[in-house]
Design a protein around this ligand. Structure first.
Ligand SMILES: Cc1ncc(COP(=O)(O)O)c(C=O)c1O
Length: 477
């Protein structure tokens, strides 16, 4: 607890930036102010107090003394648990415990979390500030400074020359295929083990998605199977970096070169994942990302395509904007779409990009905690991480061997739900979905789907909460 107190403590002469850093470090939503000389407790600042101060016009370098905050409720070391518990209410979840000298010696924390969702977004003061700016200035549609800023931040993050935002990951993928000129009569190779929209984007163009099985070692599209699926009609491959683990890109890129195929990476679930040290999305001709609410970062709905190819980037910019010629307004020489991202979405994106590295770090930290808690449980296979990969564990997903674990993944999901722990089955193979139903036999993805379960993967989870979840799994077995 001493360590925790230290993490969230700031001198009362400090700045708002220092308070925000302390709030972030402690993940309790509060910072403690102490007198720099005597270390006596001065007050408690919540993330809400900071948000209101920033909205009122204070800056990050303003003094913390300028933040308005209600009088802090504190406890003393001689109080009993019942007395301290009575101090908690909906807004009061952390009560500093003081010694006779008014120094903080303990924290009483009311952990109200009784429900653990599979995913949830994490927002802070910057999101509120930037979105408010859109509303206050009236720039709410797709013109506005945040769209360009978000695209610049994102291409820099992915180490690519260009980034083109769009209204969703699905529309981004559709744009990428349109820019490549893919259409009726063409085939595009996709993994069956993915979310439906990878295949649907191909279908939207009039081309045919051709489904391929996964590798058991990475859960991603199997390069050996890709080669078998190539025909004279094949125009492109869409490897998906599923659940945050990169696909094995070198063999895929070799095949693409050999057969002159385009490669569009579906990195909807893998922002920041690395393949041999390189960011996913930057390896193929284009890379697509989703910013849906459960993704690594979110803009509510939203998507992005990154590329080093200026011609493709330009085509996608035109196609997302009704096919309007860039130099002649209301002049349309191609059939385009309205797939633009709004300034409000991008404002969220800009704020989220300021914390993306922390989010990824937290995802990996939580994955390590899950691994520690689950590794010795019979019948559980942990998510993969190949030696050449940095998995960002979008959703921390495990496989359950029914015979060894003593229960199916579906039954485990039901049992966890009764305990307030949400889980989600892994994607049903797309080749078996009613709209495609190809009658293929793709055993690896069928098994992944049958045995897989995603566990709560929110970055808001702390170590104690992950321990609670892993203990529940152990007890259920
Ligand atoms: C693998 C994959 N591809 C594509 C998408 C589509 O993204 P969006 O929901 O933003 O349209 C998603 C996510 O939803 C996804 O998980």
């Amino acid at each position: 607890m001493k360590e925790k107190i230290k993490k969230i403590t700031v001198d009362s002469t400090g700045t708002i930036r220092e308070v925000l850093r302390a709030i972030d470090r402690g993940a309790l939503g509060v910072a403690l102010l102490v007198d720099p000389g005597s270390e006596k407790f001065v007050g408690l600042i919540t993330d809400g107090d900071v948000r209101r101060a920033l909205l009122k016009g204070l800056g990050l370098e303003s003094s913390v003394s300028r933040i308005d905050h209600p009088e802090t409720i504190t406890a003393t070391v001689d109080m009993g648990m019942d007395e301290i518990s009575a101090m908690f209410s909906e807004p009061i979840r952390v009560v500093p415990v003081l010694d006779d000298e008014r120094r903080v010696v303990d924290l009483a924390i009311f952990d109200t979390r009784v429900y653990f969702p599979v995913a949830e977004p994490k927002f802070g003061a910057a999101e509120l500030r930037y979105v408010s700016e859109c509303i206050l200035t009236g720039w709410v549609s797709s013109a506005g400074k945040f769209v360009t800023r978000f695209e610049e931040q994102f291409s820099e993050f992915c180490e690519t020359k260009f980034a083109v935002s769009s209204s969703s990951g699905t529309t981004a993928l559709h744009l990428s295929l349109l820019a490549l000129g893919i259409g009726p009569g063409d085939e595009v190779i996709v993994p069956s083990f993915t979310f439906i929209s990878t295949a649907n984007a191909v279908t939207f163009t009039g081309a045919k998605p051709v489904f391929v099985d996964s590798e058991p070692s990475t859960w991603n599209i199997n390069p050996v199977e890709i080669k078998k699926a190539i025909t004279t009609k094949t125009k492109a491959i869409i490897p998906v970096h599923v659940y945050g683990h990169p696909a094995n890109m070198d063999p895929i890129l070799d095949i693409a070169r050999e057969y002159n195929l385009a490669v569009v990476e579906d990195a909807a679930e893998a922002h920041g994942a690395l393949y041999k040290g390189k960011k996913v999305g930057s390896l193929g001709d284009m890379g697509m990302f989703s910013f849906y609410g459960n993704k690594i970062i979110t803009t509510g709905e939203g998507g992005m395509i990154v590329t080093d190819n200026e011609d493709l980037a330009e085509k996608m910019r035109i196609l997302r904007d009704h096919g309007m010629e860039p130099k002649r307004r209301y002049w349309h020489s191609v059939l385009g779409y309205n797939y633009r991202m709004t300034n409000i979405q991008a404002a969220l994106g800009v704020a989220q990009m300021e914390r993306i590295d922390q989010i990824i770090e937290q995802k990996r930290r939580n994955a390590a905690l899950y691994a520690k808690g689950l590794q010795d449980i019979l019948g559980i296979t942990l998510p993969p991480e190949a030696v050449w990969a940095k998995n960002i564990y979008w959703l921390y997903s495990i496989l359950i061997d029914e015979a060894e674990f003593g229960m199916s993944s579906k039954e485990l999901g039901k049992q966890l739900k009764k305990r307030g722990i949400e889980t989600r089955p892994l994607f049903p193979p797309v080749h078996q979905q009613p709209i495609y139903n190809t009658g293929q036999n793709l055993p690896v993805c069928e098994k992944l789907s049958r045995c897989g379960l995603s566990l709560p993967s929110s970055v808001n989870l702390n170590g104690d909460e992950i321990e609670k979840i892993t203990n529940e799994i152990r007890n259920i077995q």
